[in-house]
Design a binder for this molecule. Structure first.
Ligand code: HEM
Length: 228
């Protein structure tokens, strides 16, 4: 359920506090950085002490570690680019697209870093590792590496140093990033002893709807270009 709560919370936050996010983006980046650092510190503590705490704050940490907050922001970035631009919801999402991409990137850092650390610890301790686990980790790592330049060039400081055409070209890497992220998530969920059908369905509905809308939009655009 963390995923659904995260999707609802982040969507409501983005649609009702759009101008607050745009005007005070640095404050939101700081909040995301505090959540990300807190998650990393707790996960290191968990690795060292082998202790696990219960309670709301730790449910929150688990949603952060699983990438649920991050994926909620990336889903808004994806749909901002495919929904009807005349709709007010699309205009709102487009007005904070860079901020949402930056927040999504900050919030996925603990996930990528600490799951890699966990993988290395498993290797060192000769723990059993399935082939599917290695495959989805590699897919996740490639997605993570593609995300880094997209993250950095979403920041105004770096974006304004680039030519628009170069920046636009680089942003095209967002599509393989979304695709690899979806494959990564599906394989990770299929690797669980008990496959969470609800999660698999929610992720699949979101990503497949996005890919279909994107294909339709690209097709329409190409058609209008060819008729000129
Ligand atoms: C270094 C790169 C990455 C590593 C090592 C990694 C590792 C993992 C692992 C181990 C899981 C399974 C978690 C579990 O079931 O407990 C997982 C699931 C997941 N990963 Fe990654 N990942 C990486 C990159 C990414 C990226 C870039 C994204 C998205 C932007 C992402 C999003 C997710 C999501 C949403 C799940 C499913 C969580 C859930 O709801 O159960 N991962 N990842």
């Amino acid at each position: 359920m963390y995923l659904i709560y995260s999707l609802i919370f982040i969507t409501v936050l983005s649609l009702f506090f759009t101008s607050a996010i745009r005007k005070n983006s640095k404050i939101f980046y700081w909040i995301a950085s505090i959540i990300a650092s807190g998650t990393i510190i707790y996960e290191i503590f968990r690795l060292i002490s082998d202790t696990k705490f219960q309670g709301l704050i730790f449910d929150f940490e688990k949603a952060s570690m699983k990438g649920n907050f991050s994926i909620a922001f990336f889903v808004l970035v994806m749909f901002a680019g495919t929904l009807n631009p005349k709709w007010s919801i699309t205009k709102k999402l487009l007005s904070i697209r860079a901020e949402s991409a930056i927040l999504g990137s900050i919030l996925i850092l603990p996930h990528g870093i600490m799951y890699l650390v966990r993988f290395i610890v498993k290797l060192i301790n000769n723990k059993p590792i399935s082939t599917l686990y290695i495959i989805y980790l590699i897919v996740g790592l490639i997605a993570f590496i593609i995300m880094i330049p997209l993250f950095i060039t979403s920041l105004k400081k770096f974006r304004c140093k680039m030519k628009y055409i170069e920046w636009k070209k680089l942003q095209r890497w967002a599509y393989p990033f979304y695709f690899l992220t979806y494959i990564h998530i599906v394989l990770a969920l299929l690797n669980d002893d008990e496959v969470d059908i609800l999660k698999l369905s929610v992720y699949s509905v979101l990503f497949i709807t996005y890919f279909i809308l994107k294909l339709i939009k690209t097709h329409k655009k190409n058609k209008s270009v060819n008729t000129i």
